[in-house]
Design a protein around this ligand. Structure first.
Ligand code: FMN
Ligand code: SF4
Length: 775
């Protein structure tokens, strides 16, 4: 354009010079004036044209700058035709509208066509921005729900408090497998007790001994309670798993106040662990506990402590306790910040797809991974766990990850010709051919007389990896036979009995734990029967569903440890809140759908706990109509200290007391017109049998089992009942005759026990003091 102008200018100049040379003088001057005027005019027109065209160019150049902003203008043109409507049409116009610095210079009304395109693109292109804005939605659902359901004081309670923490009653809870947490809890208690301003002496409680977590973690013992939790972490199953699981369930149980722990003045958690061996899981369960306490409304008064115990962590524990002690005395209000991301409620409003996506993303972030792992599936008894070591030390052979076998002392006794257990007298089970097994070392009760010493896993439902029934049976037999083999050198072992012991005929499914919890219990029992091994299944009457579904067993026991709801809670310390209803349902099942089975009520008598109300026991018998009632005095399993077992020798009934109880119960049943009477005994084990009189044939008791007949009936495939495989009770086993089988030699350890010559003040038989009696 400029070059053209230059050429035309030069042509005009040449024309003027030529005219001057040809026409001389005046004409040339006149022409020159005309030409100069024409040139000036031409320039001014060009300038005006240029001025008129300039704003539009300026606008377009600004748009390009604002859009491409340095990352290359190509995106503008390419995205204009793209699916998002383009960054030019979208974000450039957006910026204009939002009044960014660049657009301050841009005219207010852009060209109409361009604007309409921009606005369409703007709406579509905003979706990603919506996603960016997702952060507030993490809590919007829960906030919404809470603001509707919670009174306003609640939020306030969760923000700032100026409670005087030294007025609190401090409860120091611990859970310990190997003793470090117990030691640390005591150390923390000592440090806190030294705080002069503290009004109440701190109390130390073992979580694993609590009969009911609800007493502390649904209800609180006092309104000034402050909890300090001293917790180890185990990547294998430990008692703490059940505590954490219960806390997690409480958070989601609509029957429970969701923020029950706001009633506490506060809480603090001290985690102990091993950062070197478990770096990624260091103190992870303490952190889980901390979050769960917060989730239930608890206010953290001090940060979670994380102490590695591997290399002398005890001074660090003291350090943490001292800092906590200082905090308790500090008058400054504490800001209690509630972590709203712990909430998992759904938003009430329907959500569009993108918003849903957003919520999921953020919940994943917000819902701490620590909490997600509370219900992680573990092995029930992992090989490297303290529970494994503890059980193997007690003589258990652990099979797979949740089953166990153990040779009972009666098996040894019988191999040596010293007599079988009470099951021989009562039902014809020979101890040397009996295998004691449990397919579930875990239990749903914490009975006061249990010899599990508080270390076995507890749970209401199965929450572990599951082994095959075939695998369990094969390896249980291997384990049992390996233990039998070890007895070959024991003095007095009878060669014939020893040889037969390698062909198990009976399996007592009890030992410890709750066998019916094992998900394949019926299959397991039928595998036993395939090998001509009879089955004696003991259950704790807390699992009606599997009881109802159970296939044929040789004898089915239900433990009846107390006659009333209050006493049952005290004796069995069941984990279920509806434990009584569960028991009632199980009794109903025995009377109806499982009435074909040989059913037995097992009663374990504990003096001072469950020996009072004979009439209430009779109510239960009336409800379940069992074939037999087996009454046995509890066995002393060691001191109460540290193992959760509160029993002392004072709670172990004498044989005569058991006899008195049995006679009273039998009389009460007869008074009600129920056909029961005392049938057999094994005085040596403090054990007496009451039987339904349908087992009295022509005036003789038939409480024994004809095992051959049982397997014959099973093989026939026909349905049959408990009366189809009975055998006559031998004379020596009848009540009044002691129950010691002939062909055996009675062996007295220290002094001759007096159970066969009962006296009012006799002492219990000595073997009971050391080892549990076969179940
Ligand atoms: C089988 C086993 C698993 C463990 N797993 C963890 C773990 O996951 N995280 C951790 O921090 N410590 C772990 N520890 C270390 C214990 O938490 C630590 O030894 C603690 O002091 C034990 O407390 P206690 O003696 O009261 O049971 C584990 C220890 C054992 C024996
Ligand atoms: S039911 Fe048996 S295994 Fe379970 S706690 Fe009671 S006695 Fe122990």
């Amino acid at each position: 354009m400029d070059l053209k102008k230059d050429i035309s200018d030069h042509l005009v100049l040449l024309a003027v010079i030529a005219t001057y040379l040809l026409s001389g003088g005046r004409l040339t001057i006149g022409c020159s004036i005309f030409v100069i005027y024409a040139l000036v005019k031409h320039d001014s027109v060009q300038d005006e044209e240029l001025k008129a065209s300039q704003p539009l160019e300026q606008e377009s150049s600004l748009e390009k700058k604002s859009c491409c902003g340095g990352k290359g203008g190509s995106c503008c043109s390419s995205k204009l035709g793209g699916k998002n409507g383009g960054c030019c049409g979208g974000s450039c116009s957006t910026k204009k509208r939002l009044g960014t610095g660049v657009n301050d210079t841009v005219p207010e009304t852009p060209s109409t066509n361009d604007t309409s395109v921009s606005e369409t693109d703007f709406t579509e292109a905003f979706k990603p921005l919506k996603k960016v804005k997702k952060a507030p939605k993490v809590v919007s659902g829960s906030k919404l729900a809470r603001s509707k359901s919670e009174p306003s004081f609640f939020k306030k309670a969760l923000t700032v408090s100026n409670e005087k923490l030294t007025d609190s009653q401090i409860y120091i809870f611990y859970s310990s497998l190997q003793g470090a947490a117990q030691r640390s809890a005591k150390a923390v208690a000592k440090v806190l007790s030294e705080v002069e301003a503290l009004k109440h002496t701190p109390m130390v409680l073992n979580l694993d001994d609590l009969s009911d977590f609800d007493d502390y973690f649904v209800n609180v013992p006092s309104l000034n309670a402050l909890y300090v939790m001293v917790l180890p972490s185990y990547d294998s199953d430990s008692p703490l798993d059940f505590f954490l699981q219960s806390m997690d369930e409480n958070c989601n149980d609509f029957r429970i106040d969701k923020h029950a722990l706001r009633k506490l003045t506060g809480y603090a958690v001290l985690g102990i662990g091993d950062s070197e061996s478990w770096p990624s899981k260091f103190c992870y369960q303490a952190k889980q506990a901390d979050l769960l306490l917060a989730k239930q409304g608890g206010r953290r008064v001090f940060p979670v402590g994380e102490v590695c115990m591997k290399f002398g962590g005890d001074p660090k524990v003291i350090e943490w306790a001292k800092l906590l002690a200082e905090t308790l005395q500090d008058d400054e209000p504490i800001l209690y910040e509630y972590d709203e991301s712990l909430e998992t409620e759904e938003a009430e409003e329907p959500l569009d797809e993108l918003t849903k996506e957003t919520l999921i993303d953020l919940e994943d972030v917000g819902k701490s991974t620590e909490l997600q792992n509370v219900n992680e599936i573990k092995e029930m008894v992992a090989k490297d766990s303290p529970t494994y070591k503890n059980l193997t030390k007690q003589g258990y052979t652990i099979v797979g990850s949740h089953s166990g076998v153990k040779i009972c002392r009666w098996t040894k006794n019988d191999l040596r010709g010293r007599g079988s257990c009470y099951k021989h007298s009562l039902f014809n089970i020979v101890s040397s051919r009996c295998m004691e097994l449990t397919p579930s070392l875990a239990c749903s009760s914490k009975c006061v007389f249990c010899w599990r010493h508080g270390t076995n896993p507890v749970s209401k439902t199965w929450r572990w990896e599951v082994d095959d029934p075939e695998y369990i049976l094969e390896n249980a037999l291997k384990g049992h036979y390996a233990k039998i083999k070890q007895l070959r050198g024991v003095p007095g072992v009878i060669a014939e009995r020893f040889a037969k012991a390698f062909e198990v005929r009976h399996c007592a499914l009890s030992l410890v734990g709750e066998p019916i919890m094992y998900p394949f219990i019926s299959k397991f029992v039928s595998l036993l029967h395939e090998k001509n091994i009879s089955s004696f299944l003991v259950c704790n009457a807390q699992h009606p569903q599997p009881l109802r579904e159970l296939g044929k067993v040789t004898q089915l026991y239900v433990s009846i440890d107390a006659p009333t709801k209050t006493e049952l809670k005290k004796v069995d310390r069941p984990l279920y809140r509806d434990f009584w209803e569960r028991l009632m349902e199980c009794l109903e099942i025995l009377k109806t759908s499982q009435a074909h089975q040989r059913t037995v009520f097992r009663m374990t008598l504990v003096k001072g706990f469950n020996m009072g109300d004979v009439s209430a026991y009779a109510d239960l018998v009336q409800k379940g109509i069992p074939c037999f009632i087996e009454v046995k005095g509890a066995t002393f399993c060691g001191s109460s200290d540290g193992n959760g077992n509160p029993l002392t020798m004072q709670n172990i009934p004498f044989y005569q007391e058991c006899v008195g109880f049995v006679k009273n119960l039998s009389a009460e049943l007869q008074r009600r017109g129920l056909g029961y009477d005392v049938a057999a005994e094994h005085a040596h084990s403090n054990c007496i049998l009451i039987a339904n009189t349908k087992f009295k044939v022509n005036g003789e008791w038939w409480t024994h089992i004809d095992f051959d007949k049982f397997f014959e009936l099973l093989a026939s495939g026909q349905s049959f009942s408990h009366l189809d495989y009975i055998a006559k009770t031998p004379e020596w086993a009848l009540f009044g005759n002691g129950g010691f089988a002939p062909g055996n030699t009675r062996f007295y350890k220290k002094k001759k026990p007096s159970e066969n010559k009962p006296q009012a003040d006799e002492t219990p038989v000595s073997p009971q003091l050391t080892q549990p009696i076969a179940t």
